[in-house]
Design a protein around this ligand. Structure first.
Ligand code: ADP
Ligand code: MG
Length: 260
């Protein structure tokens, strides 16, 4: 038979212990130096494998989530964004709302950090091992319409939407939907009701959501009824972070910030 190290590599492959051969030499050396017992050594090896496996799962979940950028609550400047309810955002970071299949709805003007907070919560979720999907409302509607046209709507709803414990739908209200699109969107909201969590963001107050949904106030009311039933509404006030940065850089002298 070949060398022991080769036999170990084959065993690891068969047992799908993907990281063990990488961590083994250093662990073995440390065990020798510390005169470690067999059980302690085995424990160290298995622990290292588990940690590496969890890291790989988290990385895979980030990839799967479609997050366009990695943002965190720590990089969110609450000093600037005084109109953001800091305590509420911190509480939501515990992700208990996902366990309870509740929704988070971020409302506020453009540039006030809605997407940032949604991304941060979604990233947290991936790090907690939760299957998460981030998409804009426009993308969601496009995919739903395509699936509908191709006669695979049911499959799409089950796999591409239902397969995620957290669904983030960003920018509701930027692009008004046609009636058919509004119906498809309604179906997603209705399917997830009390089954799995969502984060929604919009620049429109609820009273104007019908504008986004083909002007259909009946459909919008029925949808909001479900979406809001178990929900946390994060109402953001304030000015745009983007404009503030541009203004600071002297690029937009005509725009004044509030404190001036
Ligand atoms: P919205 O979705 O409300 O239009 P974004 O979350 O996209 O706004 O914010 C615009 C940009 O400004 C992003 O790059 C975001 O990371 C950044 N940003 C917004 N608010 C803050 C803040 N309070 N602290 C740090 N970065 C911020
Ligand atoms: Mg946004």
């Amino acid at each position: 038979m070949n060398l022991q190290i080769e036999r170990l590599a084959v065993l690891c492959e068969q047992l799908k212990l993907n990281d063990l051969m990488g961590s083994y030499p250093a662990l073995a050396q440390r065990a020798a130096e510390m005169d470690m017992g067999f059980a302690d050594f085995l424990e160290e090896v298995l622990k290292a494998e588990l940690i590496a496996r969890q890291a790989r799962t988290r990385a895979a979940l980030v990839k799967l989530s479609g997050l366009p950028a990695i943002k965190t609550v720590d990089t969110f400047d609450f000093e600037f964004a005084t109109g953001v309810p800091k305590q509420q955002v911190r509480e939501l970071s515990s992700l208990a709302f996902i366990e309870r299949c509740e929704n988070v709805i971020l409302l506020g003007p453009s540039g006030t950090g809605k997407t940032h907070i949604a991304l941060a919560l979604a990233y947290f979720a991936t790090q907690a091992g939760i299957r998460t999907r981030f998409m804009t409302a426009a993308d969601l509607v496009m995919q739903l319409s395509a699936a509908h046209r191709q006669g695979r709507l049911e499959h799409y709803l089950k796999r591409a939407i239902g397969g995620y414990r957290l669904l983030v739908v960003d920018e509701i209200g930027y692009l008004p939907m046609h009636r058919e699109e509004a119906n498809l969107f309604f179906q997603v909201m209705s399917d997830r009701y009390e089954k799995s969590a969502m984060i929604l963001t919009s620049n429109l107050p609820f009273g104007q959501w019908d504008q986004a949904f083909a002007g259909d106030s009946v459909l919008t009311a029925a949808m909001l009824d479900r979406v809001l039933h178990h929900s946390h509404i994060v109402q953001i006030q304030g000015e745009s972070y983007r404009l503030r940065q541009k203004k600071r850089a002297g690029l937009m002298p005509g725009i004044r910030t509030k404190e001036e």
